[in-house]
Design a protein around this ligand. Structure first.
Ligand SMILES: *Cc1c(COP(=O)(O)O)cnc(C)c1O
Length: 396
């Protein structure tokens, strides 16, 4: 059976499993010159095809080259959504989405423990353009109505919060948003499409920093927004003017990374669970935050919503900041660096990296003590990581 003439065969291809879709969904039919791996079209512009609509021209900034198109089809397929758009970073996805959906004078309700860049964008830059925000506790739906105004347009949450790994009441978020005519958006970066598919839960849009799990190799910065076709096409038009488009070479790297998303994330889920269990039983550890642990306040909700509990965890040592820094220095496998979702384990103290911009009093109110350590599990052997943590803790 030759795939080059496979139009009919392609239609019959079984693609119920997300791993099959990661490999085959959205791929060109027939294969381009028979190439098994999607070629890179490093061309800023394409020959005029007729017509008068600006957005029908093919140009990298319009996010409609063959490398964009294949990613859009694949991303929509893996989250069971109608459409998708890739952008130059996770933050480009956030800004392009919110600046499409809101006009000056309008407001959004957002979870109070968002990714630092998103939180600061909403608190500072957006205020200058008249886009307002009201923060709420994602786990307290009974308090949300107090934040509603006649100008509220968007409800914005994250699947798993950083760095305490809290899980908002995502089902309540969708019901609340839709009961009040708001667009329900979730940043699904931490869960990844392997552990959670927002469209299935009723979200209108999901946002990703593809820099993390989707790309998966700590070698690109990229973003995506996935969801209802009518919204995605409006966002694509705004994004074409905001200008945060993804370069075809970065599209290629993201595409290549995505093919192994399933095997990577399931491995990372298992390793995170093993490390979380081992740390939570250790005498020098005060507290471990991992939604897969029964002791986690949102464990029941995570169990109901997710297929896996994720590859991220955080913990505190009894010895505070000093012990935390000693442990990070003693570890030989995890690299001390911010970011997450790559093949190498990364460890960081959020007070010095992701949350350093937040005043200490605000951090402490949010439960982020200066000694808190955040760990992103990579693809090393779990036994080696367990041994490394055991030895590093011994020497603290
Ligand atoms: C990293 C991150 C972002 C921002 O993504 P960039 O690709 O760095 O622009 C947004 N949301 C979450 C949850 C993230 O972890």
């Amino acid at each position: 059976m030759r795939r080059e003439n496979g139009g009919m065969n392609a239609m019959k291809r079984p693609m119920r499993g997300i791993d099959t879709r990661l490999i085959h969904a959205g791929e060109p039919e027939p294969l381009i010159e028979g190439a098994v791996s999607m070629p890179i079209f490093q061309s800023s512009t394409f020959a005029y095809r007729g017509g008068t609509d600006y957005h029908a021209l093919r140009y990298i900034r319009l996010s409609n080259t063959p490398n964009h198109d294949v990613l859009h089809r694949k991303l929509a397929a893996i989250e069971n959504a109608e459409a998708a758009l890739v952008l130059a970073s996770g933050m480009a996805a956030v800004t392009s989405t919110l600046m499409t959906l809101m006009d000056a004078g309008e407001r959004m309700i957002a979870q109070d423990c968002l990714y630092g860049g998103t939180h600061d964008l909403m608190r500072h830059e957006f205020q200058r353009f008249g886009l307002g925000v009201d923060f709420v506790d994602g786990g307290a739906p009974e308090s949300w109505a107090r934040a509603l105004t006649p100008k509220t347009r968007v409800f914005y949450v994250e699947t798993i919060s950083n760095p305490l790994m809290r899980v908002a009441d995502l089902r309540a978020a969708v019901s609340f948003a839709h009961a009040h005519g708001l667009i329900a958006i979730v940043d699904n970066t931490f869960a990844s499409p392997i552990n959670f598919r927002p469209a299935d839960a009723g979200f209108d849009l999901s946002i990703h920093s593809a820099t993390k799990y989707l790309g998966g190799h700590s070698d690109i910065v990229a973003g995506a927004v996935i969801g209802r076709a009518e919204l995605i096409s409006r966002i694509a038009r705004t994004a074409a003017h905001l200008g945060g488009s993804l370069d075809p070479h970065a599209c290629f790297l993201m595409h290549r990374g995505m093919k192994t998303l399933g095997v990577r994330v399931r491995h990372q889920n298992r390793t995170a669970a093993a490390i979380a269990r081992s740390l939570s039983g250790h005498a020098k550890i005060l507290k471990v935050n991992y939604p897969g642990l029964e002791s986690h306040p949102d464990h029941a909700r995570a169990r109901e919503l997710f297929d896996g509990f994720g590859g991220m965890l955080s913990f505190e040592m009894r010895g505070g900041v000093g012990a935390a820094d000693t442990l990070i220095a003693n570890l030989t496998l995890p690299i001390s660096a911010p970011s997450l979702g790559g093949v190498e384990s990364l460890i960081t103290r959020p007070a010095t990296t992701s949350h350093s911009g937040m005043p200490r009093a605000d951090r402490e109110r949010a439960g982020i003590n200066d000694g808190l350590i955040r760990l992103s599990l990579g693809l090393e052997s779990a036994d080696d990581l367990l041994e490394d943590f055991g030895a590093a803790l011994e020497a603290c």
